[in-house]
Design a protein around this ligand. Structure first.
Ligand code: PNS
Length: 221
């Protein structure tokens, strides 16, 4: 017959149960750490131009962070399609209904800017697996630069999973439709900026551009 060995020493019987008691753990942690502080987050990016995917992420972020600062990178190397002033204006208009969202511009290291505005978290969007490698690399580099800053990834709605500023620029530069990919104010700005491309594209569609009829005839034959 096997006998069940029970440990009767004081530390291992009564204390063992108490140490693993969920209430005890909860209250002792709360006591040691105090209540969690509201988190202020930075959502950095180029936003050239802002897309519906960006807006979707801003709206999601605004729901979980106390304050969300959208930081537009003033990138001196790239030549953006939209000036910093234009991007600031577009994003301010698009987020006017979100009271805890602020739009700002920054230059230099993102982690230093985050620190200067007391953000303890960086928000980035991941659309597909293809984004992951680049985002992971950036998050780890930022952690190396500033270990106290956490990166949080959120996913935009799946209907925006293929939308990027780069592809929007490419489609618009050829006068293609960007409806549903970017907010209406951005669509309007793209049309204004790329007016000749849109005019040529529309004329081709309507068969009014020089050579359009010829092209149509060739396609039919
Ligand atoms: O919209 P994007 O172009 O993907 O945003 C990239 C951005 C602006 C977040 C990134 O390039 C950045 O943080 N640049 C600031 C300079 C910096 O801190 N570089 C180190 C990144 S590991």
């Amino acid at each position: 017959m096997t006998t069940l060995r029970t440990n009767t020493s004081k530390t291992n019987t009564s204390n063992c149960h108490l140490h693993s008691c969920p209430h005890r753990i909860f209250y002792s942690r709360l006591f040691l750490r105090g209540p969690l502080k509201p988190v202020s987050a930075l959502y950095p990016g180029s936003f050239d131009p802002p897309t519906n995917g960006h807006l979707d992420l801003i709206e999601r972020g605004a729901k979980i962070f106390e304050e969300l600062v959208v930081g537009i990178l003033r990138n001196t190397e790239k030549s953006p399609m939209f000036s910093l002033a234009e991007r600031l204006e577009m994003l301010k208009t698009l987020t006017a209904h979100l009271k805890n969202v602020r739009i700002e511009a920054f230059h230099g290291l993102m982690v230093e800017y985050a620190k200067s505005i007391d953000a303890t978290c960086v928000l980035r969007g991941i659309r597909a697996v293809s984004d992951y490698e680049y985002e992971l690399q950036m998050a780890l580099m930022n952690r190396k630069l500033e270990p106290t800053l956490e990166t949080v990834f959120m996913m935009p709605a799946d209907k925006y999973s293929y939308v990027s500023s780069r592809l929007v620029r490419e489609v618009a530069q050829a006068g293609g439709p960007v409806k549903g990919l970017v907010p209406e104010v951005v669509e309007q700005k793209l049309r204004e900026k790329l007016e000749p491309a849109y005019r040529f594209h529309d004329e081709m569609q309507e068969g009014r551009a020089p050579g359009a009829k010829e092209k149509k005839r060739k396609r039919k034959s």
